[in-house]
Design a protein around this ligand. Structure first.
Ligand code: ADP
Length: 334
């Protein structure tokens, strides 16, 4: 999964497969980042652009990078800010999506974006940063072929906004496709080994991963048992997952795991807020779960999030293995 990086600097200096140009509809050069790119690439870039017949706002077209360190330039045309009621947000999002689509179609793995439309086109910078981040993250979840995306900020203000967004940017996405199910299965194997080997031993972990978190098992849980799986992305990296199933007036939180290396990044709280809002949507008035009695870290984490211990349950899970769990419950009000 691609990494997102935020840097401050001049995009014309970046040695990546492609840099994105915030061009105008003529594609024949302009001021700002467009001017800088044409100056560094040389006149051949203008000649290549002349053959492209311009470009619509929100769309993207590709040329070689000529004298630039980058191999390609993807030219996209951002919207001019005109108060916000003229599809500006949708068009800005489209610039990022179309640029990534063109990149992907041309075998590009590393790509750098300027802060499109935030110069003379006047798009409010914080809002533009948020649209850029969200669109790029969304695209990357389905496009593992893109390895790195750099947001290259020229001014201090933009750099500040991108870093602020970066700190707490998480995306929680309903698992639908087989490729997403595979991501869950891989995460499950890593996380269950991290969490459970010290508690229940390797043999039982192997059995549980193979029986309950294989691609086939998850597929079955989604399609025939109506469980909802969600992937938690942090900085576009799969970092945890959730599985819920409605049970009468309760929502049973069957799985809620976060990679060890991602603990302390606020994903636990973010994930729970998401689960609570989903529970409300489904008309549930409590969230229930079971947690292994020896899983002290998780018990403490749920305790901190407001769950109350409501009893014990022993479950046979097959092959002679049992789970000795506490039950916990969080009542939802409002
Ligand atoms: P737009 O017309 O889309 O607003 P501008 O070129 O005026 O395009 O500005 C887009 C962004 O590019 C602005 O945030 C500006 O600060 C930035 N910028 C200008 N020169 C460069 C450069 N050499 N490298 C990266 N970003 C740049």
């Amino acid at each position: 999964m691609a990494k997102i990086e935020i840097i401050r600097g001049d995009i014309t200096r970046l040695d990546v497969d492609a840099i994105v140009n915030a061009a105008n509809r003529s594609l024949l050069g302009g001021g700002g980042v467009d001017g800088a790119i044409h100056r560094s690439a040389g006149t051949e870039l203008l000649e290549a652009c002349e053959l492209l017949n311009g470009c619509n706002t929100g769309d993207a077209k590709i040329t070689p990078g000529f004298k630039l360190p980058a191999n390609h330039v993807i030219h996209t045309v951002g919207p001019v800010w005109n108060g916000g009621m003229n599809r500006e947000k949708e068009l800005l999002s489209s610039c990022y999506r179309q640029s990534l689509r063109v990149a992907s179609e041309n075998g590009i793995r590393t790509i750098a974006f300027p802060n499109i439309s935030t110069g003379v086109y006047g798009f409010p910078k914080l809002e533009a940063a948020s649209i850029a981040f969200e669109t790029v993250q969304g695209f990357l979840t389905d496009h593992p072929e893109i390895e790195k995306v750099i947001f290259c900020c020229f001014d201090e203000e933009n750099f500040g906004y991108y870093n602020k967004l970066n700190c707490n940017k998480t995306l929680i996405k309903l698992v639908k496709s087989t490729s997403e199910i595979k991501i869950v299965a891989d995460l499950a194997s890593t996380i269950w080994n991290e969490y459970y080997v010290p508690i229940i031993g390797q043999e039982q972990v192997n059995y549980m991963v193979a029986s309950f978190q294989s691609i086939e098992a998850i597929e079955q849980q989604i399609r025939t048992e109506h469980q909802e799986y969600y992937l938690i992305y942090h900085l576009a990296e799969p970092s945890g997952y959730i599985c819920i199933k409605p049970a009468g007036n309760d929502l049973f939180l069957s799985k809620f795991y976060i990679l060890k290396e991602k603990r302390g990044t606020g994903l636990g709280k973010g994930g729970l807020n998401f689960i609570i809002s989903r529970a409300k949507e489904l008309g549930a008035n409590a969230i229930t779960l079971t947690v292994n009695k020896n899983n002290i870290n998780s018990i403490n984490a749920y305790d901190k999030l407001g769950f109350k211990n409501t009893g014990s349950v022993v479950t046979e899970i097959g092959a002679g293995f049992v789970m000795d769990d506490y039950t916990m419950r969080l009542d939802i009000t409002g």
